[in-house]
Design a protein around this ligand. Structure first.
Ligand SMILES: NC(=O)c1ccc[n+]([C@@H]2O[C@H](COP(=O)([O-])OP(=O)(O)OC[C@H]3O[C@@H](n4cnc5c(N)ncnc54)[C@H](O)[C@@H]3O)[C@@H](O)[C@H]2O)c1
Length: 441
């Protein structure tokens, strides 16, 4: 398997780590993108996107990596091609196949000139029906070849989390494969046996079941997150209740499990919110409803207003608020659908002065927030100038804040709203007015 050559189409947040990880396992990998800057960086062994370990992996394996904008070169010189281009949500909530089908045309054209069998793997998130009804006909039309005979297709979505993509590629919880034919599924299965370090279960099925499974996983996880958030809100109104105590016991039940059961802020990022909406859209398209997905979405949208209400109840007139955390989670610079950004927007709308700091996402946050917010260059600078600090992301840097950093020279203590309960309240209660989310007073 290791002498197989791989191409990866789309060198973004997922595609670049895939290139690096596959090369680290000994494969020769050709990356393809329309963005010449990404191609240039990959060819120099440098990361085109922010992702922990990516630079190191690209650099260490650059002998086996090349990047180009030429599909013919990539397809002619590889046996398996992964498509990992954007599938942006349209206004109804469905995933647009614009980029996937554009790539399909190019791959089809390149396959026309190739006599060997080629495996096309669609990794981008799509809705049920997309692989068989949309990509397959485009590939057959432009190649003049037959799927299952001259080339194969697998739908193989990723379940990685930004911030730990490389680790998750090597140690996935499971591998999901929708296959056009058993041989194609077998090729991809053998490939993953070389890539994965943890011998994960591999679920093989037809396209439509794999497509449905992909968004079902994300919808289920968001339901769990929202359940814990709902519970946290109840705890806040119940004297003596503590969300951490309740969820740590809940998680002991193997039918529930401890993961994603924190009770903090809403979920964000480029996948969870839109996958949930797409799931509800799919149900409507099929003439039914996905009430749980719709309610989960509503619960998620409730988290920032809930936090805003709490902040306003504590803030003195003309008081300033500092937001610690603008990325949608730690270890990423992505701010899409981030709760910190949502909170900043809500505070600005209420004309409350806002300062903000994030260890990695300042550049991206500046692009989406207007000038009414002050971005500080350090954690210290943010803390010193505000009346309330809200910890919206459990970054390691914030967990390491020392009590003396929060102490005020005057008698008025700083109010710290800790959405993730990352500070040990016993160490901080002497110096600040500590307000954890999810704890009944
Ligand atoms: N980011 C995640 O956490 C994550 C997780 C699971 C699934 N996904 C899915 O993976 C897909 C890609 O996501 P991403 O976050 O890597 O996107 P991204 O926007 O970070 O990167 C996409 C890349 O594709 C390139 N591209 C666009 N059109 C192209 C074309 N015609 N030919 C070649 N390259 C082209 C872009 O230039 C860009 O570099 C989406 O469907 C997304 O839903 C993402």
């Amino acid at each position: 398997m290791k002498n197989k050559k791989i191409s990866v189409i789309g060198l973004g947040k997922l595609g670049s780590p895939m290139v690096a990880s596959f090369a680290a396992k000994g494969f020769n990998v050709i990356g393809v993108d329309t963005n010449l800057d990404s191609i240039h960086l990959i060819n120099k062994g440098m990361a085109p996107v922010f992702e922990p370990q990516l630079n190191e992996y690209l650099h260490a394996n650059h002998k086996r990596i090349s990047a180009t904008d030429n599909y013919n070169t990539a397809i002619a010189n590889s046996e398996i091609s992964f498509i990992i281009v954007p599938t942006p949500s349209d206004k109804e909530g469905a995933f647009s196949l614009k980029y996937v089908l554009e790539v399909g045309k190019h791959i089809g054209g390149a396959l026309r000139k190739k006599s060997d069998f080629h495996l096309v793997v669609l990794t981008s998130t799509v809705l049920p029906g997309a692989t068989e009804k949309e990509l397959l006909p485009v590939l057959e039309f432009h190649s003049g070849k037959r799927c299952g005979r001259d080339f194969g297709i697998c739908y193989n979505p990723e379940f990685v989390a930004l911030g730990s993509v490389i680790k998750d590629i090597f140690k996935p919880n499971f591998i999901l494969i929708g296959e056009s034919d058993p041989d194609s599924g077998e090729i991809l299965t053998s490939f993953y046996k070389t890539i994965c370090e943890n011998n994960p279960p591999i679920a093989r099925m037809n396209f439509v079941n794999a497509e449905l499974t992909k968004i079902s996983v994300n919808t289920y996880v968001t339901t769990k997150i929202s359940y814990a958030n709902m519970l946290a809100e109840i705890c806040e109104h119940l004297p003596g209740a503590n969300i951490d105590i309740v969820t740590s016991a809940l998680g002991l039940d193997p039918r529930i499990g401890p993961k994603y059961l924190k009770g903090a802020l809403g979920y964000g990022g480029p996948c969870f919110p839109r996958d949930n909406i797409a799931f509800a859209y799919l149900a409507h398209r099929l003439g039914t409803t996905a009430m749980l997905a719709e309610t989960t979405n509503l619960l998620n949208k409730r988290q920032v207003p809930r936090l805003l209400k709490l902040i306003k109840s504590k803030l003195s007139p003309k008081g300033k608020v500092g937001i610690l955390g603008l990325a949608y989670k730690p270890n990423t610079d992505v701010v899409e659908e981030s709760e910190g950004i949502g909170l900043a927007r809500s505070l600005i709308a209420e004309e409350i002065p806002v300062m903000a700091y994030d260890p990695a996402a300042m550049k991206n946050a500046k692009k989406v927030l207007n000038a009414s917010i002050i971005f500080t260059s350090s954690l210290k600078e943010c803390i010193q100038q505000v009346d309330i600090v809200v910890i919206t992301v459990p970054w390691k840097e914030f967990k390491n804040i020392q009590p003396e950093q929060l102490a005020r020279p005057n008698n008025k203590p700083l109010i710290v709203i800790d959405c993730w309960r990352i500070l040990d309240h016993k160490r901080y209660k002497e110096v600040v007015d500590y307000v954890p989310i999810g704890i009944g007073s």
